[in-house]
Design a protein around this ligand. Sequence first.
Ligand code: NAD
Ligand code: 44H
Length: 447
Amino acid sequence: MFTEDAMLATGDSDWGITGVTQRSDTVARQLVPQDGLFTVAERGSGAAPLRLVSSIVEAVSGRDHPETVVDRIAADSTQVVTLTVTEKGYRIDPHTGSLNLADEQVRGDLAGNPPLTAIGQVARGIQRRALTGAGPLTVVSCDNLPGNGELTGTLVRAFAAALPEDESRPLLGWLEDNVTFPSTMVDRMVPATTAGDLDAVERELGLRDEAAVVAEPFMQWVIEDNFAGDRPAWEKAGALFSSDVAAWEAAKLRLLNASHSMLAYLGLASGKATISDAVGEDAFRFACQRMMAEDALPTMRLPQGLDGKTYCAQVLERFANPALGHTTAKVGSDGSQKIGLRLLTTARATLDAGREPRWAALAVAAWMHHVASTAAVDLNDPLADQLQKALPAERSAATVVPALLGVRSIFDAELAANTTFADLLRHWYRIIDTDGLDGLRKEITHG
Ligand SMILES: NC(=O)c1ccc[n+]([C@@H]2O[C@H](COP(=O)([O-])OP(=O)(O)OC[C@H]3O[C@@H](n4cnc5c(N)ncnc54)[C@H](O)[C@@H]3O)[C@@H](O)[C@H]2O)c1
Ligand SMILES: O=P(O)(O)OC[C@@H](O)[C@@H](O)[C@H](O)[C@H](O)CO
């Protein structure tokens, strides 16, 4: 939408997007017969009319056609590559914070197979640009990760450094001189499209659109202005160029996404299927307010132009949008990849400030309860097997909390050994596990 709006605003209509799907080819299969056209259906108060977006000119399944992806990244005409592949798509080694060189697909990509990981595809595309003399390139991560640009640069350079010396040296040199990795923060709630959404769009549009997307009216994109070459005039489409993206991303992760995760796990523990149902529960909304006001806000620096109180109120209002149907199961997926960025940052900072991270601990305890009460096959998390192995046979606050605190790829040794944090986790876990919703209501409102 931003790219199309930028073209409409400037009359520079030379831009087009090759969309690449990764693990599943579903979206490519939906888009190809529609010439890349898709509808954006805003839902909720202030929603715009249906919008047909035409900036995608080609859709490719990266899983089935990795060489095509490398070709497109290497093409002279390509200026920008954006990534939106979820946290786990980056193949980060949680112990080093760099590329997981033990990952089987990363190893395959390094060995010269047609690359299957996002980082492998980007690195191989850049390597070909270096060989063919194509111009500079900008790689833009749009995922909910702090310092997502810097991180992506680190991972691509780690991939390059792990290649044989004769490949590695020229690639690292070319990367240094020709490729930039600006950080960005993207904010718009976009739940997975359901069959019901497609039927509703068909009724409104009079046409069947298999690739329709449902979204809230709110939309924000903050971008670091560090581009190696040309780019669409996204600022003309409402994107904000800022030199302080890190603060925007931290605010989003520790306020919005943290509350989203808290509502997802409290909702999953109490039979609430959607985020709007969960935030409709007074006690849960209150817990989010207190986590943001008492744990997160006092321990963070906000970017200029962002008023903390207004932002927190707006976030809860957005979650209450009943037309979105954002499921607690989807927001609660991949918890092992998310809680560290969304909740443990705040828990650590609050402990460091000499206070109890009471509310962040509630959200983490609710995640622990979700993990311990879901069968491994049903747990939508890349670490499902590892978490299952860590869990004891008998599951109670006294056994589950220390067992999960022992998973080092999620909890560092210092946080795991903090008795204040562990006590809070056990306290909340016990209430969720034995007293259920009534107990939670009582403890949250009076606690
Ligand atoms: N949906 C939202 O509301 C929203 C809003 C802002 C930011 N985001 C960011 O966008 C990301 C994607 O969200 P989504 O709702 O589109 O999720 P999604 O599950 O619908 O799509 C995820 C995409 O990532 C790919 N992927 C998944 N696992 C991968 C792996 N291991 N390697 C490579 N690719 C992989 C999938 O194939 C798919 O193309 C999120 O993780 C988040 O960081 C989402
Ligand atoms: O997309 P994920 O899976 O990283 O996280 C789920 C949601 O918290 C997230 O997508 C929000 O809806 C989004 O970040 C709002 O801008």
